[in-house]
Design a protein around this ligand. Structure first.
Ligand SMILES: *[C@@H]1O[C@H](CO)[C@@H](O)[C@H](O)[C@H]1NC(C)=O
Ligand SMILES: *[C@@H]1O[C@H](CO)[C@@H](O)[C@H](O)[C@H]1NC(C)=O
Ligand SMILES: *[C@@H]1O[C@H](CO)[C@@H](O)[C@H](O)[C@H]1NC(C)=O
Length: 228
């Protein structure tokens, strides 16, 4: 997800920490559409040096500005940097894609009209679509569990009030004494522990002993994207 890198960029701009660099002053000079397109050009120059320098530069700025914890900066930019560098090398930094990027990143160039696009379907919709009528069979009971985000590394007693997007894990920089210890059944700032998922499944079984379908989809510990 590029969005997480965009968030880091946004933090660069809102951070009050001072860092003397061409990159930072270019980022801070983004005040309108033109300066935003210029900044994309600056980013592209770094990307053209290679993906590794691009990642090294961005990580270094992220860390020095305390935009995120160092492990989050390193992980997120290592993960998202290559595709961002690739895109920057490809796009015309004054073309329509660059305008959209400036809109998403900086809220600049937003007044551009949406380009109309016609989607062609392979065949027209049926003139007389089939009408479904109940034959009176028993209702099929379905349990749909979605986006459980189970965190197998959830640790009871770990810091739940951490500075990362997901807490309740033992990180290298975790405090020795947590301000808010993670409880046994989860915390709103964390992905749920396995015990909570097990408990939910037990309750589903108790409430719906005749359920006939169990589908699961969604993500596992997605918010820890910087460390995957
Ligand atoms: C930033 O990228 C340049 C190459 O464009 C490289 O020489 C420089 O070492 C990088 N800076 C950091 C902090 O990685
Ligand atoms: C880049 O986009 C601008 C604005 O749409 C256009 O004038 C220019 O020709 C494009 N350049 C290339 C190399 O496609
Ligand atoms: C959470 O941590 C912050 C510092 O990061 C602290 O200011 C705040 O008091 C803590 N919250 C609780 C409930 O302890």
């Amino acid at each position: 997800m590029l969005l997480s890198v965009f968030c880091v960029f946004h933090l660069f701009l809102t951070s009050t920490a001072a860092a003397a660099s061409a990159f930072l002053s270019a980022a801070q000079s983004v005040t309108d559409c033109t300066s935003c397109l210029d900044f994309l050009g600056t980013l592209r120059e770094i990307a053209r040096e290679g993906t590794d320098p691009f990642i090294a530069n961005l990580t270094s700025f992220c860390v020095s500005l305390h935009a995120e914890d160092p492990d989050v900066c390193t992980g997120i930019i290592a993960r998202e940097g290559p595709i961002l560098a690739h895109d920057l090398r490809q796009i015309n930094t004054s073309g329509p894609t660059a305008l959209r990027l400036c809109d998403a990143l900086f809220g600049q160039c937003v007044d551009r009209p949406v380009r109309p696009f016609t989607v062609r379907f392979p065949k027209p919709a049926p003139a007389h679509p089939k009408v479904f009528t109940s034959r009176g069979r028993p209702t099929v009971r379905v349990v749909h569990i979605s986006d459980v985000h189970i965190d197998r590394m959830y640790t009871v007693g770990a810091e739940a009030n951490c500075t990362k997007s997901i807490c309740c894990r033992e990180f290298d920089d975790s405090p020795a004494v947590p301000t808010v210890p993670a409880g046994p059944n989860g915390n709103v700032r964390c992905d749920p522990p396995v015990t909570l998922a097990d408990s939910m499944l037990a309750e589903v079984e108790r409430l719906h002993p005749r359920f006939s379908r169990l589908t699961g989809d969604g993500t596992c510990a997605r918010r820890i994207s910087w460390a995957l």
